[in-house]
Design a protein around this ligand. Structure first.
Ligand code: ZN
Length: 269
């Protein structure tokens, strides 16, 4: 019986994530283009015919259309089902890691924001304010809620909110410092103002310890990619995807990493 419930829950969570991924596909296409996110309904970018409701089903829509528009047969990018699958898997992983908890719901939102920001940064080398600022505000609200639920008092909630805002400010400082350092080392601007705003958002959601860990991982992975794919990106490289990777790795491994680190350095104190 338990196994049936687990399978059913997994399917529901994956479907939810894939649906959010489907919406992320809309956001990353329309937001940078300055189009409305809610209107008009999904259309083929080539023939502008409105998609049938059943073609809009995440993953399966693309599969049974065999990656082509129902009307004009022009190819639909495999990126659509890919983003849906990634979102579904992230939702599932978070669900298995944190079970049914406030943390799961919060991280679902945080990771959805990060995924959307990563794709937009990858496509356009920008991190739009409507996304970074809403992500930051949502992170602060989440921390206040978390404080209220787990500490159980309004004082706890307010403290948690202040912690979130402080970590957000730290995030901006940290990324400004990295940007200045990058300019000294590489002689040009390596990071945009958008990266610092994502840093603020990460601070609010993750707290200062996880923020530092996530930023370190992001810089390390980004540096490796920068060396490997320098020719493709030239001097400019989107940093948003690496911030997302750093945050995701931290969410799943942060506790282990930080406790190991503390044990290594403070075991003999
Ligand atoms: Zn079409």
């Amino acid at each position: 019986m338990d196994i049936i419930i687990t399978i059913l829950a997994s399917i529901i969570v994956f479907a939810l994530g894939a649906s959010v991924g489907s919406f992320i596909n809309v956001v990353v296409y329309r937001l940078p283009a300055g189009l409305s996110i809610l209107w008009p309904p999904s259309r083929c970018p080539h023939c502008l015919n409105q998609l049938k409701a059943y073609d809009n089903v995440p993953l399966f829509g693309w599969l049974w259309l065999k990656g082509r528009c129902r009307f004009c047969k022009s190819p639909i990018s495999p990126r659509y089902p890919l983003v849906e699958a990634i979102a579904g898997l992230i939702f599932l992983l978070l669900f298995f890691t944190f079970q049914i908890s406030l943390l799961t719901f919060g991280y679902w939102a945080f990771c959805s924001w990060l995924l959307a920001l990563s794709i937009i940064d990858w496509d356009t080398m920008t991190l739009p304010n409507p996304l970074t600022i809403s992500g930051l505000v949502l992170g602060i609200i989440f921390q206040v809620l978390w404080g209220y639920v787990f500490i159980g008092t309004w004082q706890g909630a307010i403290n948690q909110g202040i912690m979130a805002i402080s970590a957000a400010v730290l995030g901006i400082w940290l990324f400004d410092a990295i940007a200045i350092l990058g300019e000294i080392v590489f002689g040009k601007a390596t990071m945009g103002a958008g990266d610092a705003k994502v840093g603020a958002m990460m601070g609010a959601w993750l707290g200062w310890q996880y923020l530092l860990l996530a930023s370190f991982i992001a810089c390390a992975v980004g540096a490796i990619f920068g060396i490997l794919f320098r020719r493709k990106w030239g001097q400019k490289m989107p940093f948003g995807p690496f911030l997302a990777i750093g945050s995701a790795i931290t969410i799943f491994t942060g506790e282990t990493v930080l406790s190991t680190y503390l044990r290594l350095f403070f075991a003999n104190v």
